[in-house]
Design a protein around this ligand. Structure first.
Ligand code: PHE
Length: 379
């Protein structure tokens, strides 16, 4: 108590109204509170008393602080709120300093020591979107075989998306690509130019003839791009990605195609994965195939070791996408002599391939684009 007396020089009581009817301004009381705050801080810092003693001295029933606090009743109504705020701040300030002293007494102030053996707190870390990751990995896998990633327009002439690919105007095969057409003013006369309609590319195959037009042979391209189709439901997203491979050289065979497919399967999906080719039809390849990959769960056996049927695949295989030997008409459209050169092409969905690798069976293919981190952070 002695220390407190010594330090508090300000005769607070002299300034305070003696009778209930008297009033004081908010500023007067605030100024007294702030002076008291400085005085009491000195008291605390002297460390002559323990934190418990200080608490009683400073906030006890007869303390200066309590007296000042109670004199808020003399303050004019409109000033009360302002004074109340300062009062609370001063109280918190003093309490904080007493608590620090208390921490010092119990040795807790060394809370800042570092236990170098304690596991760290990992800061949240983002990563690339699963589709971006897959694009990068697909690019790297084909790079090892000498394929270069290229980009071709995602909004292109209908000619590159269909006609150059052996699908003349009104050909029924076009129906398979539910295409978005872009209207634009002043569409040219079809008699004058082959570039008449504009589409959002429904597949990456428009890149085939565009690549041939560069006039550099042989071709080993991987064209990865966005594709658009006029279908939205659980198994169709209106925007998705495809990767298109094109290999044009002399004397290219189906064996080369199969070799590249197997290389991709083993390097992208895992050593034990194989591919098979099934006959199919595309206008722009002849012969055409569907490429399947052996199931990663049952390894092509369609049955699990316990005799149960595999739930992931049909008959031990999963469908990857289309492929085939480039049709001579397509080579001609790209200015390449089919008697000298030939080649193969394939075009698959990036999302589908990525999900197959992750082993995720999505019940809605639009999920990767909903930007739900709970989904995305799993990959
Ligand atoms: N473009 C075809 C599709 O979207 C896939 C494909 C590409 C087939 C190249 C053969 C060759 O289904």
């Amino acid at each position: 108590m002695g220390a407190l007396r010594e330090c508090i020089q300000t005769p607070y009581n002299n300034h305070m109204p003696k009778e209930e009817k008297q009033t004081m301004t908010g500023d007067q009381l605030i100024s007294l509170l702030l002076t008291l705050k400085e005085d009491l801080l000195l008291v605390i810092e002297k460390k002559d008393a323990t934190s418990d003693e200080l608490h009683v001295q400073i906030f006890g029933k007869d303390s200066e602080f309590t007296k000042l606090a109670s004199s808020i009743r003399f303050v004019k109504k409109e000033d009360k709120q302002r004074v109340g705020i300062v009062l609370n701040e001063v109280k918190e300030f003093l309490e904080r300093h007493i608590n620090e002293l208390s921490a010092h007494e119990t040795g807790m102030e060394n809370d800042t020591w570092i236990d170098v053996t304690a596991p760290g707190i990992r800061p949240p870390e983002g990563h690339l979107h699963i589709v971006t990751e897959a694009i990068e990995e697909i690019t790297q896998t084909f790079k090892k075989l000498g394929f270069t990633r290229v980009r071709h327009p995602e909004v292109d002439w209908d000619w590159y998306a269909f006609e150059a690919l052996n699908m003349p105007k009104n050909h029924p095969a076009r129906d398979e690509w539910e295409t978005f057409f872009i209207t634009y003013p002043g569409a040219p006369d079809p008699k004058e130019t082959k570039y008449t309609k504009i589409v959002l590319t429904p597949h990456t195959s428009n890149g085939q003839v565009r690549e041939m037009e560069k006039g550099i042979l042989p071709i080993r391209m991987i064209n990865i791009a966005k594709c658009y189709r006029r279908q939205i439901d659980v198994s169709h997203a209106p925007m998705f990605h495809q990767f298109e491979g094109l290999y044009i050289d002399k004397e290219v065979s189906i064996g080369h195609l199969k070799g590249v497919m197997d290389y991709f399967a083993a390097n992208f999906f895992g050593k034990d994965r194989k591919t098979r080719i099934r006959p199919f039809h595309f206008q722009f390849t002849e012969p055409s195939f569907e490429i399947d990959i052996s199931c990663g769960i049952c390894h092509g056996k369609a049955r699990l070791p316990d005799g149960q049927g595999c739930k992931l695949c049909k008959e031990g295989w999963l469908e990857l996408g289309g492929a085939g030997m480039v049709h001579p008409n397509v080579l001609r459209a790209g200015g390449i002599d089919p008697d000298q050169y030939n080649g193969f092409a394939f075009g698959w969905g990036v999302e589908r391939t990525a999900m197959m690798k992750a082993g995720t069976q999505l019940n809605d293919v639009r999920t990767p684009y909903e930007n739900d981190v709970r989904f995305l952070q799993q990959f």
